[in-house]
Structure formats: structure tokens, C-alpha cells
Design a protein around this ligand. Structure first.
Ligand code: SF4
Length: 108
């Protein structure tokens, strides 16, 4: 109270330090997203719905789908519990069956 030593020394209050810490966390989170937003995915669920409504939804044959899933199963980007790709967020069991789907790392 009444002390101006913080201004002279550049030492910030605990409250300021906490605010800066949270600001830095927010910045870090926006710079390193773990998943691509749905609108930026090359062939996303909205495209699937559009193609389905137009009658243009094409699937690959079972062999191709199985080969794609074998690659996903060995991939470090697969979340095995939910069967999602960490990069695109897609459910790989669905994604692998559509002809226009692509792997974000071009593994298949
Ligand atoms: S889609 Fe590609 S990056 Fe994602 S889990 Fe499958 S192989 Fe890995």
C-alpha cells in the first residue's frame, strides 16, 4: 500500500503474472492445433453429405479399404480408442471407404 517499488523495479504482481501465464497458454493453443478444423479438411463430412445428396458418393472396393485401414492401424497418428486420426479428426473406418478421401500425411 502506497509503495511504488514494483513500478521502479519492473516486478509484476502475482495477479499480473497469472494473467500473463494464461495469455501465453491461449497463444500456444492457437498456434499448435491438434486437429484440422472441419472446413479445412480436404474431403470432410460436409462433402460426403453433399455428394450423397447429389448421388455422387463413391466408395472404394473392400480390398482398398482394408489396405487403407492397415496403414492407419500402424500409424502413430491414430487414436486407437476412438479410431480417429489425430491430424484430421476423421473416423478412419468411415474415411477409408470413400474414394475422394485422402490421408493428411499421404500415407495412402
Ligand atoms: S489418415 Fe493418414 S495420418 Fe491419419 S491415421 Fe490414417 S494413415 Fe495416419
Amino acid at each position: 500500500m502506497g509503495c511504488n517499488c514494483n513500478k521502479k523495479t519492473g516486478v509484476t504482481s502475482l495477479e499480473d503474472s497469472i494473467k500473463k501465464m494464461y495469455q501465453n497458454q491461449d497463444t500456444t493453443q492457437t498456434q499448435t492445433p491438434t486437429q484440422t478444423p472441419i472446413s479445412q479438411k480436404s474431403y470432410n463430412i460436409l462433402d460426403v453429405i453433399k455428394d450423397k445428396l447429389k448421388g455422387k458418393l463413391e466408395s472404394v472396393d473392400d480390398t482398398t479399404k482394408e489396405k487403407r485401414l492397415e496403414v492407419c492401424d500402424k500409424c502413430s497418428y491414430l487414436i486407437h480408442l476412438t479410431r480417429n486420426c489425430k491430424l484430421c479428426g476423421c473416423f478412419v473406418d468411415l474415411k477409408a471407404q470413400f474414394k475422394k478421401s485422402t490421408c493428411p500425411k499421404s500415407f495412402w
